[in-house]
Design a protein around this ligand. Structure first.
Ligand code: ATP
Ligand code: ATP
Ligand code: MG
Ligand code: MG
Lengths: 252, 252
């Protein structure tokens, strides 16, 4: 049975999409089938794996609305064994359109049910918000991976995020667990080191051993529509995500 | 009459809050009265100027819901002539609560009306989304300043943002103009230079001459609750925002 992990943080620009794409690619490179679900109307996960958003026939939005089954939305990518359920701009409307709908928090969970046996890993890329799209992702997931930039504002939002996770655990998805907190964009500064010390003190084992360094290849790779292990395997960014993939599997 | 500028981009982590706080502080340091409006439920602008979010009595949420006039929400900050209308977590609920409300896009504009003559500059910090909170900010504003990180995903989202701005101009706020596009977090890489070339080609004069470099003091200052010109005036970050403030005034 596939492991479903939501990658979340309401703070913007902290490496959610970069982590979803690169973890998915590492799992695929290791011979497992992996699926990305792009739950962000920005569609960065979709374009980051080289899909042209204007050419998409069906998207995650339609699967959430129940118009199309999720397996008809899924596209293959340039990476063997890595598929994606792409997102388009329509997804912006889902929040307001689902306000009065039945089971509004369970839409993604229901759509994913038939696919759980098909993929070894399913990674859900969340938007920078604690809105209905993120709640759908947390309700569908077995675990949540929180990406945490080693900076002040990112640390500040962590407690609210963890409160949302526990509310989802209590009411919508009792088996949801915090798989781990991933420190991203690390650079050797007092600020980064201070943040790491704080986080390890409060969350201990929950913090992955692997730390993702700030590394320009991670910002360059998406402009070529490629995950970093295919863009530059020898880079620090690629090595870090390969190490993270091993850790995620061992915690699985 | 005060100039009202919304600082917006649905892409997360591109320097919206950092720009709002530091522009506001530069105007205040130059002897003008400046007001920050924190329209992001994350409340980074609020904590970035040293306000304890747990001690706030009234917030922007109540002003939008019409429960309290905006001037009763406003707090002074540690910087002379710089005030803030703080945000709390409640703001997350505003989007759903205003769905069926009258004039839902005009709530901030109406709340700001009595204050326009009091401040020389009003900067609205937007959340990383094109939701009702951002639309309220664009409807209340005279101009929009788009912060653009010099990276691939940030560039990708620019056309959608500009489309939203023109829709707001057509339907809700005909006098809204694009004040300018600010290039942020610049570092000397091929990627950054490529993005700058693309943006200047498409938007020409609309791109501010001032470019904000990636500079660690800009990430450190908020952990002391201080704008960068008070944290380290000699830093590249402080110099860049002082230059930007002069440009914003000249375009005003
Ligand atoms: N470790 C890293 N080193 C350098 N750049 C990185 C790193 N991780 C991500 N980036 C770049 O930083 C920017 C933000 O990352 P990303 O878009 O993955 O964050 P996000 O949390 O998904 O953002 P959003 O909140 O907008 O969805 C992107 O331009 C990305 O290419
Ligand atoms: N020029 C810069 N150089 C280095 N760090 C910066 C710079 N500008 C902002 N930062 C830091 O980068 C992070 C993102 O900036 P900021 O929070 O201002 O972006 P934002 O667009 O407001 O994010 P969000 O989308 O979450 O609201 C913060 O930790 C901030 O301190
Ligand atoms: Mg993203
Ligand atoms: Mg912000």
């Amino acid at each position: 049975m596939g492991q479903v992990i939501a990658i979340a943080n309401q703070k913007g620009g902290v490496g959610k999409t970069t982590t979803a794409i690169n973890l998915g690619a590492c799992m695929a490179a290791a011979g497992r089938r992996a699926l990305l679900i792009d739950m962000d109307p920005q569609g960065n996960a979709t374009s980051g794996v080289g899909i042209d958003r204007n050419s998409i026939e069906h998207s995650v939005y339609e699967a959430l609305m129940g118009e199309v089954p999720l397996d008809e939305v899924i596209l293959s990518t340039s990476v063997d064994r890595l598929d994606i359920a792409p997102s388009t701009r329509d997804l912006v409307g889902a929040e307001l359109e689902l306000v009065d709908a039945d089971e509004r928090e369970f839409r993604l969970r229901a759509a994913l049910e038939p696919l759980r046996g098909v993929y070894g890993h399913i990674f859900i890329d969340c938007p920078p918000s604690l809105n209905l799209l993120t709640v759908n992702a947390l309700t569908a997931a077995d675990g949540v991976l929180v990406t945490l930039q080693c900076e002040y504002y990112a640390l500040e939002g962590l407690s609210e995020l963890l409160q949302t996770v526990s509310r989802v655990q209590e009411v919508l998805n009792p088996k949801l667990e915090l798989q781990g907190v991933l420190l991203t964009m690390f650079q050797h500064t007092n600020l980064s080191s201070q943040v790491i010390e704080d986080v390890r003190e409060h969350l201990g084992e929950k913090v992955y051993q692997t730390i993702i360094p700030r590394n320009i290849t991670l910002a360059e790779a998406p402009s070529f529509g490629q995950p970093v292990i295919f863009y530059d395997l020898r880079s620090a960014g690629a090595k870090a995500y390969l190490a993270l993939a091993r850790e995620v599997v061992s915690r699985g």
